[in-house]
Ligand binder design. Structure first.
Ligand SMILES: NC(=O)c1ccc[n+]([C@@H]2O[C@H](COP(=O)([O-])OP(=O)(O)OC[C@H]3O[C@@H](n4cnc5c(N)ncnc54)[C@H](O)[C@@H]3O)[C@@H](O)[C@H]2O)c1
Length: 380
């Protein structure tokens, strides 16, 4: 096997999810390349050292520029807050590194354009961690749509609902809470949660033509963890938008962190001429399927337990009936990235795909501000 030396920046939620995937991937997938955990980087030396020891990274850095300058690193994995993605990715591309970047790709679409131009100019392999594309049930949905089993598509509906920011006492800024600080996150639920829904939608149902959105910030001021002062909240706490897809279907999306009782309720539903399908992250190994062409006496919603060997990715895991979960979507993403290097057909979503989502995010934020239907810039 050929080694692929990984240098990861960030040891938080995604630092752990990615590291777990690197460690597991070659145990379950037959691949020519295998990831080597070469270096972990973050600013706090003690913390990054503890992370490196726990996950098996051979070395550490506390300055990401030093990590990128190292000639014993092949891939830079960016798992840090959104405001840092562009600078790191552009520097990594210039240094000729392959890049796996967390979502949303840029702080805004302008940054994402620069990042896309940088990787394409440097001709380095690139990918964005929109991991829900790698849940077997979501891939099955894609298969059914691509085979034409739904017929003409009329509706695409998606929600991403959480409830963890309802308390006005929750501060903004710093570890994990950078999501509430617009200077680190760029936007609120739109870039954080809806970006996932948009990426899946673009993949399943094609491009979005225009959007009409509303956003709300329910808690207007919060204490900032880094300055200690009460500061204005600049993110959107909730967002809902309507859209037209290029294929003529209508889209309806909603996201909030104020839906009491919901933790990570990412759901989508697609309604076609012949059939409908539904997926729910809380039950991610199932796909709900309704086919109007079934005989009337047995027609109804089917709950498909996606665990059979002929369903996406499942032959690499256990035996039929035994399901897999959240972390496996990251394992699949690494497997597909490595397979892409091997076959010469790069895995997606690449930076250009990430840019497409950022164009939709920017249009949503602009529409919410102007209160008008807003055209979405299309990627070429
Ligand atoms: N794909 C997904 O489902 C998913 C889920 C969660 C987060 N994310 C994305 O992943 C990224 C990271 O989110 P997270 O939840 O892991 O955040 P986190 O707060 O858990 O971790 C962030 C990490 O970045 C490090 N960091 C911050 N500034 C740094 C700097 N200047 N140099 C080096 N390291 C620095 C921190 O030390 C920390 O280790 C974000 O872009 C987020 O949108 C994606």
């Amino acid at each position: 096997m050929k080694p692929l030396r990984i240098g990861i920046i960030g040891y938080g939620f995604m630092g752990r999810a990615h590291s777990n995937a690197y460690r597991k991937v070659t145990n379950f997938f037959d691949l020519e390349y295998h990831p080597v955990l070469q270096a972990a980087c973050a600013r706090d030396e003690g913390k990054v050292k503890a992370f490196a020891e726990r996950w098996g990274y051979a070395s550490i850095e506390t300055d990401w520029r030093k990590l990128i300058a190292r000639d014993d690193i092949d891939v830079i994995d960016i798992a840090v807050p959104n405001n840092l993605h562009a600078e790191m990715a552009i520097a990594a591309a210039k240094a000729g590194k392959m890049i796996l970047c967390e979502k949303p790709l840029g702080f805004n679409a302008k940054d994402a354009e620069k990042m896309t131009a940088a990787v394409e100019k440097a001709k380095v392999a690139n990918m964005v961690w929109y991991n829900y594309r790698r849940c077997p049930a979501v891939v099955l949905a894609k298969q059914l749509i691509d085979e034409g089993k739904l017929g003409r598509i009329f509706h695409y509906r998606a929600n991403f609902l959480q409830d963890w920011t309802i308390s006005a006492d929750l501060p903004q800024g710093g570890a994990a809470l950078w999501r509430l600080d617009v200077k680190a996150a760029g936007s609120g639920v739109t870039g954080d949660l809806l970006a996932h829904c948009i990426d899946t939608a673009l993949w399943l149902n094609g491009g979005i033509k225009d959007v009409n959105a509303m956003t709300e910030t329910f808690i207007k001021e919060r204490k900032h963890n880094l300055t200690g002062k009460v500061e204005k909240v600049g993110i959107d706490d909730a967002c809902a938008f309507l859209c037209h897809f290029n294929n003529g279907s209508l889209g309806l999306f909603e996201s909030t962190r104020y839906a009491r009782g919901h933790k990570a309720l990412y759901t989508f539903e697609v309604n076609g001429e012949h059939a409908s399908l539904k997926w729910d992250l809380h039950d991610l190994h199932r796909l709900q399927w309704f086919d109007h062409r079934d005989p009337g006496i047995v027609r109804g919603w089917r709950s498909i337990h996606v665990s059979d060997g002929d369903q996406p990715y499942m032959k690499n895991w256990w035996v039929p009936g035994l399901q897999i979960g959240y972390e496996h979507s990251f394992v699949h993403q690494v497997a597909d990235f490595l397979k892409g290097l091997e076959t010469g057909t790069p895995a997606r979503p690449n930076f250009r795909d990430g840019l497409a989502t950022d164009y939709v995010v920017d249009a949503i934020l602009a529409s919410a501000k102007s209160k008008k239907w807003t055209k979405v810039k299309q990627v070429k």
